[in-house]
Design a protein around this ligand. Structure first.
Ligand SMILES: [Mn+2]
Length: 348
């Protein structure tokens, strides 16, 4: 049967799965623990992800070019990286800037109180955009080209970050001189850190035509950034997100911004990467089953209470409503939710 076979969930470049160099390359450092894994070179990461079926990698400037590199070193690193991209067919769809590691940014980057730090952040960003363009990236993510995607986050590394949610970012975009160039890069973890429903944020961005990129991972509400493997902590939330993206036929990259557990060695990191893509493809198949399930679709049709016709305000004022029926009807959400759970749990 197709859904139990490994082949059915085999990631391929056409699925547009991407990983940040900083994700699989994360050495497992945390606020209390030193790195637990040796650093992986960007070239090695590209080779392994290509082997696993990914489409590409994304990067901060310093993920590829270490801070303090000379111009000659930078050019050599970029050339070698371009060679492995060409050899594997891997792409770099998105680039961004590290505006948080350097101690100079300890009061923020674009929002630092010190004007010199703000100018340095801008200079570093311009150089990172040039690097992204050189590698073929078409989206630039601003956590903090031609298409700019703003990534909201409520806190960390600062206690409070300006424009903390995707909704704030959307409102901000329309105050810019060129709003058509700017969209959002919502992240599961960041919206959940704010205690919000991630699918709602993504739906609003889709509706506005502003979903330029997305960061897939997992996060428990009320914790600092966990960056868990996509779907591992909240399979139902992940299912509804995949449903939203697939039903909308969203053409963008399915990008994973997450880390393997600190317990893992390098083999565990590749299990993490393969698992992220496999979970997405399993959920995508569940979406197809949900959309084709006659009982679920019948319940959805009934809950709408018939087609709504467009009426004028004058007509609306004179409409008669069967309030007794509206007050006593059930919505059958319990049944719908249970059917969804059974589908996800594999018994339907
Ligand atoms: Mn992110």
């Amino acid at each position: 049967m197709k859904r139990s076979g490994k082949v059915a969930y085999q990631p391929r470049p056409e699925h547009h799965f991407t990983f940040g160099l900083w994700t699989v390359g994360n050495p497992g450092r945390d606020p209390f623990g030193e790195p637990v894994r040796p650093a992986l070179s960007p070239v090695a990461i590209v080779r392994k992800l290509a082997e696993l079926g990914a489409y590409g990698v994304n990067l901060h400037d310093n993920d590829l070019v270490p801070a303090g590199s000379t111009a000659a070193e930078r050019d050599r690193i970029v050339r070698e990286f371009q060679q492995v991209l060409a050899a594997t067919g891997m792409k770099v769809p998105m680039a961004t800037t590290n505006l948080f590691s350097d101690p100079a940014f300890r009061d923020g980057a674009f929002t630092s109180r010190d004007a010199r730090v703000r100018a340095y952040a801008l200079q570093k960003t311009l150089a990172a955009i040039d690097l992204g363009v050189e590698l073929g990236a078409t989206t630039y993510v601003c956590w903090g080209g031609r298409r700019f995607a703003l990534e909201a986050k409520p806190n960390e590394p600062r206690g409070d970050i300006f424009l903390p949610t995707t909704g704030h970012m959307l409102a901000f975009i329309y105050t810019l001189d060129h709003p058509e160039m700017v969209g959002v890069n919502p992240e599961v973890a960041h919206e959940r850190m704010a205690g919000l429903d991630f699918s709602h944020a993504v739906a609003q961005a889709l509706e506005a035509g502003k979903l330029f990129h997305i960061d897939l991972n997992g996060q428990q509400v009320g914790r600092f950034d966990q960056d868990l493997r996509f779907g591992s902590d909240d399979p139902k939330g992940a299912f509804f997100l995949v449903k939203l993206l697939e039903d909308a036929k969203w053409p963008g990259m399915r990008h994973f911004d997450s880390h393997a557990y600190r317990t893992e060695d390098e083999a565990g990191v590749w299990d993490f990467a393969a698992g992220s893509m496999r979970t997405y493809l399993i959920l995508k198949e569940k979406v197809e089953r949900f959309n084709a399930d006659p009982v679920i679709q019948q319940l959805l049709a009934e809950v709408d209470g018939g087609k709504s016709a467009r009426v004028s305000f004058g007509e609306l004022r004179n409409m008669n409503f069967d309030l007794a029926a509206l007050r006593t009807r059930g919505y059958a959400y319990e049944r719908l939710d249970q059917l969804t759970m059974e589908l996800l749990l594999g018994v339907r």
